[in-house]
Write a protein that binds this ligand. Structure first.
Ligand SMILES: Cc1cc2nc3c(=O)[nH]c(=O)nc-3n(C[C@H](O)[C@H](O)[C@H](O)COP(=O)(O)OP(=O)(O)OC[C@H]3O[C@@H](n4cnc5c(N)ncnc54)[C@H](O)[C@@H]3O)c2cc1C
Ligand code: FES
Length: 243
């Protein structure tokens, strides 16, 4: 974990409620799947976001406006300095796949972007799922790194249906997957195939392992999403029956 102070370089909407924020400053050591926890003025709890892209001088976030914190984030102008805890979590295991498949649902596309970039030489298949055409974004950017397939629930863009019905209906060849998205999507994915990794999101308190607030059930007991995760082996996670 590193505590850095980064400057907003870009903060703009990609769709009605999904934003791209680029933060600049000294910040090395990120691997695909890690996340940041950012301090917002007047908010006690930090907000966690997957690292969509990063190099030694910048971090890119893709965030959806869902509540007061993310709404406030949309007002941050270029030049504002933000307190960021970074290099959090474990990240994806890139060595596992020779024919990778990336599956992102909604905001789950965010951590997959850096992963796609790093797996570029294996030209991964990338399935991106959205509710409707108004939510579709980042297609051209992902296309630089792999073969992109788009689904929308209402069929207004790409395949009509969700990422899993698409996966089942096509003969995409892969030997290992990396997925991030709504819990129900991840749960249903593991019922089809457990040979992959899931990046999980859970409500967080401290964000660095101290409060146990983010614990999830696994086959080897409770684990903290912020510390032992956010990436877990698909065969390891135990989902609630209600999910
Ligand atoms: C490891 C991780 C990576 C994430 N990556 C992304 C990403 O790349 N893009 C993105 O759009 N969102 C991501 N999220 C979800 C994002 O953290 C929440 O949407 C955000 O914190 C909501 O803040 P808010 O103040 O707008 O919402 P509010 O609902 O007002 O937040 C109230 C409190 O609940 C917490 N909270 C609310 N929703 C979530 C959630 N889904 N997960 C964790 N805490 C939550 C907030 O941190 C805050 O403490 C990620 C979450 C985790 C745990
Ligand atoms: S958020 Fe505190 S232990 Fe994970």
């Amino acid at each position: 974990m590193k505590n850095v102070f980064l400057t907003v370089k870009e903060n703009r909407p990609l769709t009605n409620d999904f934003y791209k924020m680029v933060l600049e400053g000294e910040c090395s050591g990120h691997t695909a799947g890690m996340f940041v926890n950012i301090k917002l003025q007047d908010f006690t709890l930090r907000r966690p976001f997957g690292i969509a892209d990063a190099d030694n001088h910048s971090i890119t976030l893709l965030y959806k406006v869902v509540g007061l914190g993310t709404k406030y984030m949309t007002t941050l102008q270029n030049g504002v300095i933000i307190d960021v805890l970074t290099c959090l979590g474990n990240g994806f295991n890139l060595g596992k796949a020779s024919k990778p498949l990336l599956i992102g649902g909604g905001t789950g596309i965010a951590p997959l972007f850096k992963l796609a970039k790093e797996l570029k030489s294996k030209y991964p298949n990338i399935i991106l799922g959205f509710r409707t055409h108004e939510d579709v974004c980042m297609i051209h950017e992902f296309s630089e790194f792999g073969n992109v397939h788009v689904t929308t629930d209402d069929g207004s863009y790409g395949y009509k249906g969700n990422v899993l019905s698409y996966l089942k209906s096509t003969g995409i060849v892969y030997d290992y997957y990396y997925a991030c998205g709504p819990l129900v999507m991840l749960k249903n994915l593991t019922s089809i195939d457990k040979n992959g990794e899931l990046s999980l999101e859970s409500r967080m308190g401290c964000g660095f392992g101290a409060c146990m607030g983010c614990s999830i059930k696994t086959k080897s007991g409770y684990k903290r999403v912020c510390k032992e995760g956010p990436v877990f082996n698909a065969s390891e996670v135990i989902f609630d029956e209600q999910t």
